[in-house]
Design a binder for this molecule. Structure first.
Ligand SMILES: Nc1ncnc2c1ncn2[C@@H]1O[C@H](COP(=O)(O)OP(=O)(O)OP(=O)(O)O)[C@@H](O)[C@H]1O
Ligand SMILES: [Mg+2]
Length: 348
């Protein structure tokens, strides 16, 4: 499997992305990867590294947004013993650690402006100045950068330096959101389902109506959200076909439940519920007794056993208890017991 083949998808956008990686990967060019959170920026960065002549060298990621400003400079360029309080020994920076390999500057849009100046100098001169050192060190590193931020918007607000942008943006690679390439949803679902096989069971599958919901959904968390959902359902329903209509509502993203195609919103289009007596024939052994018992009951159309659960307040602000059994069937009167104060507090 080539590195770009680890990027799963069958949409035109992903096919183009794989082609681009194979073209750009082997070059020494600096690449700026743009895309929303969870679209696969780090995956693309790794694929670029793996398809380059530096694949045998280190791939060093740095999250510029996660490291405090005071530490970021020394984290990137290293420091010399005694250069600041706490610098008890010489320490190599990530640029040096990435020597003969690739440095991945993730969330570059979060880099403080004064460090942007230093980074620009490093990219131009190919040498670093560790904090507290008078000597520059030459480096042999390919730089890849990524951000989910609107970097042009940051430049307009003077939060990102234009000269650094042009220095990084030698090869721009933009990854579309998952909502813009829903053709990838079924193959990504299968891919993640195979990764989450539990106890040698089959990978989970999705009921066709649920797959339609997945295709209609906008996926604000992109591929990461889909991967997490498949992980969740693989634990809850190992080896099974997942039908979202039967999944506990809190386990379904609210955005999916809000879709016009969500069955709850179109209750009248759902098949009419069957009476319990439809399932019991008086001609079957024991059936007569059961039939009499059920049809003699005051309400023959009993829902399945009720499993109540508190749900957040509705628009009216009222708390109610509901369950995946009786309450979700139109025409059946919900008989969930009233919500206890203790249950309510536990959910608040
Ligand atoms: N096309 C894809 N094929 C297979 N796995 C993917 C794909 N896209 C993303 N993933 C997986 O989704 C998860 C999120 O991807 P990644 O961390 O690369 O996203 P990101 O764009 O860097 O997100 P963030 O901006 O939040 O850091 C990872 O587990 C990654 O392996
Ligand atoms: Mg990332």
């Amino acid at each position: 499997m080539t590195s770009s083949q680890k990027i799963i998808g069958q949409s035109i956008a992903i096919e183009e992305l794989r082609t681009l990686i194979e073209m750009v990967g082997p070059s020494e060019s600096t690449v700026l990867i743009l895309g929303d959170s969870g679209t696969g920026k780090e995956l693309v960065a790794r694929a670029l590294h793996d398809s380059s002549s530096r694949a045998g060298g280190p791939f060093i990621p740095v999250n510029c947004g996660a490291i405090p400003r005071d530490l970021l400079e020394s984290e990137l360029f290293g420091h010399r013993k005694g250069s600041f309080t706490g610098a008890i020994a010489d320490r190599k920076g990530r640029f040096e650690l990435a020597n003969k390999g690739t440095l991945f500057l993730d969330e570059i849009g979060d880099m403080p402006i004064d460090l942007q100046v230093k980074l620009l100098r490093v990219l131009q001169e190919r040498q670093i100045d560790p904090v507290g050192s008078l000597l520059s060190i030459p480096i042999d590193v390919r730089v890849l950068a990524a951000t989910h931020k609107d970097i042009v918007g940051l430049m307009e607000k003077s939060l990102f330096r234009e000269d650094l942008y042009y220095r990084l943006n030698v090869m721009p690679i933009e990854i579309k959101t998952l909502g813009e390439r829903v053709d990838d949803v079924p193959v990504l679902f299968e891919y993640f389902a195979r990764q989450h096989i539990v106890d040698g069971k089959k990978p989970i599958r999705l009921h066709p109506t649920s797959m339609q919901l997945f295709l209609d959904y906008s996926w604000p968390g992109n591929v990461r959200e889909l991967a997490n959902l498949v992980d969740r359902y693989s634990s809850l329903y190992p080896g099974q076909e997942v039908d979202l209509r039967n999944v506990i509502p809190s386990m379904v993203p609210p955005g999916i439940r809000a879709l016009a195609s969500w069955p709850q919103a179109n209750a009248e289009q759902r098949p009419a519920p069957k009476a319990v007596t439809d399932y019991v024939s008086p001609s079957e052994p024991l059936g007569a007794e059961l039939f009499a018992a059920i049809s003699g009951a005051s309400e023959a159309e009993s829902p399945p056993p009720c499993r109540p659960r508190p749900t957040p307040p509705t628009d009216s602000g009222a708390w109610r208890s509901t369950c995946a059994a009786c309450c979700s069937y139109p025409g059946w009167r919900c008989r969930c017991p009233p919500l206890q104060q203790s249950e309510r507090s536990a959910s608040e």
